[in-house]
Design a protein around this ligand. Sequence first.
Ligand SMILES: Cc1cc2nc3c(=O)[nH]c(=O)nc-3n(C[C@H](O)[C@H](O)[C@H](O)COP(=O)(O)OP(=O)(O)OC[C@H]3O[C@@H](n4cnc5c(N)ncnc54)[C@H](O)[C@@H]3O)c2cc1C
Length: 576
Amino acid sequence: MFYFCAKYFIEFMQQQYDVVILGGGLAGLTLSLQLKKHKPDISILILERRETEAPLAAHKVGESTVELASHYLREVLGLKEYLEEHELPKHGLRFFFRSNNKEDITSRVELGPRLRLPVPSHQLDRGTLENYMAKLTIQKGTEHILGAKVSGVNFNTDSLHEVFYVKDGVEQVVKCRWVADASGRASILKRKLQFQKPMEHHINTAWWRLKGVIDIDEWTDNKDWKNKLEPHLRYLSTVHFLDKGYWLWVIPLGTKNTSIGIVADPDIHPFETYNTYEKAVEWMKVNEPLAYKMLEPLGKGEGLMDFRILKHFAHHTQRIYSAERWAVTGESGAFLDPFYSPGSDFISLNNTWLSDLILRDLAGEDISLRAQVYEQAHLAWVDSFLPIYQEKYKLMGSAQIMVMKIFWDWAVYWSIPCVLFVNDAFTDLKLLRELFATQNGLGKKFAELHKRMQDFFLEWLPYENRIFENKYIDPFDLKLLQEFQSAISVEWENKDLLKQVAVNLEKLEQMAAAIFRLVSSEVKGTPPDMKVNPYTITLNGEVDTTSEKAIKPSAFIQKDVETMWFYEKESVVNSQ
Ligand SMILES: Cc1cc2nc3c(=O)[nH]c(=O)nc-3n(C[C@H](O)[C@H](O)[C@H](O)COP(=O)(O)OP(=O)(O)OC[C@H]3O[C@@H](n4cnc5c(N)ncnc54)[C@H](O)[C@@H]3O)c2cc1C
């Protein structure tokens, strides 16, 4: 008995960490690497429920990365060499819209980059990546226990917290200064402390992995169509097939396998129509007949690696960072929608805020104010992303609206969030205050404009029912988008960063006004060159066209926006 107690006591005493991370998925592993990078002697324990290494390909979703997360993985965490050697380079997001003959891929309006992209991003095999990051973080001194299921957490304001976990049937306890919940949808702390928040965005999903490489270039013999891009570039894109109420993804993985998934609005595509593999295949037969023809034979026998479903998977949270030394990161907090692949962007930002708090606290700083500001900024960030998705699955059957929306959403994403992230603005309290806390702060204006445009896209829907075909549109045909995307990695001096955000916001205002002019002139017959106050844009009410806030068309941006207009129209710019 004495021996047992003494042994337990010794083990107990040794088991103290600066940080215990609950869950070793993408969020937990990247957090550990970020902390180790800044403070190599920090003591970290990762408790991961899974018993063994992650399987290749058939592991998790979250395979497509976009610019912000790519910057985080490559530059902030230093994984550039690993990514270039072991994961696939990605050729942007690619969209195919509804046509009258979906069996012919060449008839569908296609949106995606033609030429290789200057800003890198990757397609991730989540199994390969998580196994690599687990090894890397262990090499850096992190303790990482597999088969460790977290069973409870005791918070102590004045002393160390306690984390309980079960390993090999035995409950163990460790003490720590910080608890970071990275348990994904298990959301250990959210459930324990009851800080769930209702989420008004409802979508469902089913996904599966198929053995082998699927290159959509092989889905037709049309050489002209194939030759629009270098061979294999379409293959490297995250491919989306869209129609009203849904999108179907095809993502290539570095392990030479392919990820396929359906995401749909239940009001338009009830979950029961695709929530088993057999039903998902039947669903494709009806909605995506070419994908059905090409994919169904590959899913026979061993070709089908896995099949998973998630119902109503968007979720929100009331809490993220606490000055009492706990926080949530990744999917254990909020998750909105995988359209545009923003999941790992949210993790990048989440971990950047969280690691900053942990490192400051360990250095003896009082983090109360920062924890509050970061939490408010993070929650506001989630809320400002929500309108991008909410109700928007209704728009997915309209190529014209979706092209405008996708280009708008990209312009916004590249010109503000990416620029702020790359320039470390999110942990700069002074900048955050100027952007978001002042009455006329640029951040507030930006959020207002963005919300107005999202509402406007919905207002446009009743007027827009034409099916367009045989068109190719490249985001980089628009000089503005080219400019925004290639400027992501520019590092600005602090004093110039706000000026740059102001310049970008002005361009966004021009872009919003230009989109509005085209649409309003088509559906309401308003003058195509009218002045518009972008903050009053609507099809269902009064628009300010006369005050000093109403802006004239900028020839450069109006012309750019006309590039994505499919209707025959004399150019406003040429007619000026
Ligand atoms: C349909 C769909 C498609 C998506 N596509 C993309 C995409 O293309 N790009 C993108 O960036 N994001 C995408 N996402 C989001 C992405 O999947 C998530 O952002 C990401 O996987 C979340 O990582 P995480 O580490 O928070 O959670 P997870 O990866 O789920 O990791 C949580 C870990 O915690 C462990 N765990 C759980 N409970 C316990 C416990 N009690 N004790 C110990 N360990 C525990 C689990 O085993 C797991 O390993 C998609 C999401 C969905 C639903």
